[in-house]
Structure formats: structure tokens, C-alpha cells
Design a protein around this ligand. Structure first.
Ligand code: GLU
Length: 462
């Protein structure tokens, strides 16, 4: 049974890289009928905040990445880490180290001065036949892991291929601090062990932790999971993705008007591919997803492609769903849509012409607020020649049938009667009712805007 997990540290929002890691872990579990676990790695008390926990949960919910277990919190598992540390001390796979921080610092400095890589010198490491120093009184020891001192750690990374580290490069790292709190690499291993994780899918910033973690698994007699390290995501300028590149928080994409399905589809293709398939939903993704088609090289963010996908999903989305969303966006701008024309109809008219929900809100705003087209916008179209024609049209508009077809026929009739071309009439009409020279067909706009409001807007100029 496949068991994967997403294990964010709650030190900030859920960013794009984290969301992709979560998505891949989730999809892998779904693909194999396994289970996906959410674990909050909050042992770094100073940097973890409840707001960040909430931001992660919100981001997961918005994306629809449902988890089968959790969220587990490491801070609620401290008793368990203590228990395992005790077992390791008893088994001799971990030991107390009484070296004071100042002595440790001096040792490091002299190693570096001698051109060596700083490394714990093993003073307190028990070895057969070795006499350990007498523990100084009043010093709280740290607990160090007794890392194998020779040999290598090798694993076949499911993304990056075979990776080998020499044990000599690895320290007897601290697994519990002097105050008893467990350290990061240790907690991850105990959790992955206890939670039966079979596949660890995470960012490749953790590659250097992996040999330490594998050694810990072995020392615990636990089965080592398989590892898949995902390459990082670069910004459009080829630099590591950061705040400089604009939105990196998943929820900011919501604010900017992206649909979750577009963001998910976009993330799915960020470093993974299935032939040349670009547009697919998550049900399809979960059938296709595998680790073999993840590229080991870094993926580059491309906003244009995200916009393209978002435009696609907006076009397909249900009008009522978009209306509920756009209503909130307009409300935030102080625009009430309740007493105006049908928002779903307005949205239907524009949703194929925009890339984001904010653009959609911009596009339909004029239906619900006072518009004041700039004189220089209107003047070129509202000529003295056309003004009487429009007045006559307005009179007919007061009584005609109010449907798009009827409106189109009426405008056409006025155009023909006066020997004009359609835009001659449609353009000034458009500017007067929409405030812009660009819109879908003016009869469609009028049909939605309604008779009363149309006549009111025309009345301001005619
Ligand atoms: N908590 C780690 C992070 O947020 C992830 C640890 C892991 O996936 O093993 O980077």
C-alpha cells in the first residue's frame, strides 16, 4: 500500500513549490490507491506560527488536495520522539555528548584553520574498548546519533537516479538538544517510520538530509522509504523562485483571479509531462501520474502559460460559479450587483475574453456602476450627423421587444434606413452604454443591461 505525505514547516504561506510537492505526493497516492498524509512540521517553535498553519490548510483546501490522515503536528508527538531517543540510547545507536557549545566552536575553528571540513571529533562517541571521559557535573548533554563511520549511503532516487554519500562526510549529528527537544532530521524519520510512509516525495533541498535519515532508519531497524526529490522551480528569469517574482503564495493566485483547477493543471506540468498533453483535469492526472516522467532538471515558471490555462478553464466554468466569485470581487470594490442586471448573463458574455477572474470583474463592472466615458472617447463617434439617428433609435428602444435578436434587428433596420454602415451606429451606442470602444456585440450588451438602464445611459448624451 502506497503511503505518501506532505510535510510542510509552518513558517509561511503555502508557496507554489510546496503546492507542487503536495500535488505530486497526493497524485502518487491517488494513482496507486494509497493514502496521502498531511503532517505539519512545527518543532521549530520560534519560526512556526498558527497563521502559517492556517495558510497551509487554506491553500490545500483551495486546491482540493484532500488528505486521508492528519494533519498531524510534530509538537503533539514529542513524547514519541523522547521514547525513541531513549530506545536508541539503550541500544547504543545514540549517545550523550557533554561537549559545551564553546568547546565545539573552538574545535570547529581549529579544524577550519587547518583546512578541514568542520566535524564533531567523536570525543563522547562510545567505541568498544574506548574509555569515555567522565561527564562534567551540571552539564545537560545533547544526544548524538552514532552514524556509521565508514562505508557509503546509496539510494536510487526515483527522480534523480542513484545518489551516494560517503559516511565520512556525515557527522554524528545531534538528535536531541540539551533541553531535550528533538531535532529536525530525527523527527522526520520517526514520523515517516511511524506513519508507514513508502514514498517520500519532496523538494531537492532535502537531498543532503537523506543520507542522514537513511542511516537513522537503519539504526532503528526500520524499512527505508523510497525517495523522489523534485527539482526546484525557477522564476522566468532563471533565478530561484522568490517573492521578487510576484505571487508565490498559492492563495495569492486566488486573489489575483486564478481558478484552482488552472493552478493545479499548471503545477502538474511543472516538471512532469505525459506526451504533449497540456490540458487535463485532476482525475486524468491521477490516472497518468508517475515518477518516471518527472524531469530531474529545474522547471521554469511561465506566467503566460498559467494565464492561457486559466483562460481555458474560465471559458469552461459554470456561469453561476463564476458569478458567485465575481460578485465577491465587485463587492470588495464597493460595487453592488444585486440590483443590476443578471450577473451570470454578463459573465457569459465576457468569460471567453479574459484570463483571470479579476479581468472578468473589470469587464462586467460597467453594468453595475455609473460610467463616465471620456469626451475624447465619445466625440469621434457621436457626430452631429449620427445624433438624430441615435435619438430615433432611442425612441424605438423605448417600446421594442427586449431580446438580443430583436435589438439586433432594430439597430440593423435603423442602419439600413439611414444608408449607414453598422458600426456608425453601434460604436457611439457602445461607448455610451459601456464606456469603452471595445465590447462584445452591442445588441448582446443592451439585452443584458436592460431597457431602463440603456435609455438612462443614452439619455445622458442624446
Ligand atoms: N518540513 C520540510 C520542509 O518544509 C519538509 C520535510 C520533508 O518533506 O521531508 O521543507
Amino acid at each position: 500500500m502506497v503511503r505518501t505525505r506532505f510535510a510542510p514547516s509552518p513558517t509561511g504561506f503555502l508557496h507554489i513549490g510546496g503546492a507542487r510537492t503536495a500535488l505530486f505526493s497526493w497524485a502518487y497516492a491517488r494513482r496507486h490507491g494509497g493514502r496521502f498524509i498531511l503532517r505539519i512540521e512545527d518543532t521549530d517553535i520560534e519560526r512556526s506560527t498558527p497563521e502559517a498553519v492556517q495558510a497551509i490548510l487554506d491553500g490545500m483546501r483551495w486546491l482540493g488536495l484532500d488528505y486521508d490522515e492528519g494533519p498531524y503536528f510534530q509538537t503533539q508527538r514529542l513524547y514519541r520522539y523522547k521514547e525513541v531517543i531513549q530506545q536508541m540510547l539503550e541500544a547504543g545507536t545514540a549517545y550523550h555528548c557533554y561537549m559545551l557549545p564553546e568547546a565545539l566552536e573552538r574545535m570547529r575553528a581549529s579544524q577550519m584553520a587547518a583546512g578541514l571540513k568542520p566535524k564533531y571529533d567523536g570525543t563522547w562517541r562510545p567505541e568498544p574498548g574506548k574509555r569515555l571521559p567522565t561527564p562534567p557535573s551540571g552539564v545537560q548533554p545533547v544526544v548524538r546519533f552514532k552514524n556509521p563511520s565508514t562505508g557509503e549511503v546509496t539510494w536510487d532516487d526515483l527522480v534523480k537516479g542513484r545518489i551516494t554519500f560517503s559516511n565520512e562526510e556525515l557527522d554524528d549529528f545531534v538528535i536531541a538538544r540539551a533541553d531535550g527537544t528533538p531535532t529536525y532530521n530525527f523527527c522526520v524519520v520517526v514520523d515517516d517510520w511511524d506513519m508507514g510512509i513508502t514514498h517520500v516525495i519532496r523538494g531537492d533541498d532535502h537531498v543532503s538530509n537523506t543520507p542522514r535519515q537513511i542511516n537513522l532508519f537503519r539504526a532503528l531497524g526500520a524499512k527505508v522509504p523510497q525517495y523522489a526529490h523534485l527539482s526546484m522551480i525557477l522564476g522566468e528569469d532563471g533565478q530561484k523562485l522568490s517573492k521578487r517574482h510576484g505571487a508565490v503564495s498559492v492563495m495569492q493566485y486566488d486573489q489575483e483571479g486564478y481558478l484552482p483547477e488552472a493552478v493545479l493543471n499548471y503545477l502538474a506540468r511543472l516538471g512532469w509531462s505525459h506526451g504533449d498533453a497540456e490540458i487535463f483535469d485532476m482525475a486524468q492526472f491521477c490516472q497518468w501520474f508517475d515518477l518516471d516522467h518527472i524531469t530531474p532538471s529545474a522547471a521554469q515558471f511561465n506566467k503566460q502559460k498559467l494565464n492561457w490555462l486559466n483562460a481555458h478553464y474560465l471559458k469552461q466554468a459554470d456561469n453561476a460559479r463564476l458569478a458567485a466569485n465575481v460578485e465577491k470581487r465587485l463587492e470588495a470594490r464597493g460595487i453592488d450587483t444585486k440590483n443590476g442586471p443578471d450577473l451570470s448573463a454578463a459573465i457569459d458574455l465576457y468569460k471567453a475574453r479574459v484570463s483571470t477572474l479579476n479581468e472578468l470583474a473589470d469587464a462586467v463592472e460597467y453594468f453595475y456602476k455609473q460610467i463616465h466615458p471620456a469626451p475624447e472617447l465619445l466625440e469621434p463617434y457621436l457626430t452631429e450627423e449620427i445624433r438624430p439617428v441615435l435619438r430615433a433609435l432611442a425612441e424605438k428602444l423605448a417600446t421594442c421587444d427586449w431580446s438580443q435578436t430583436a435589438l439586433h434587428a432594430l439597430i440593423q433596420q435603423v442602419v439600413t434606413e439611414n444608408g449607414l454602415k453598422f458600426p456608425k451606429v453601434a460604436m457611439p451606442l457602445r461607448v455610451m452604454v459601456t464606456g469603452s470602444t471595445q465590447s462584445p456585440s452591442v445588441d448582446a450588451v443592451l439585452a443584458i443591461l436592460g431597457r431602463e438602464e440603456t435609455l438612462r445611459r443614452l439619455g445622458c448624451y442624446l
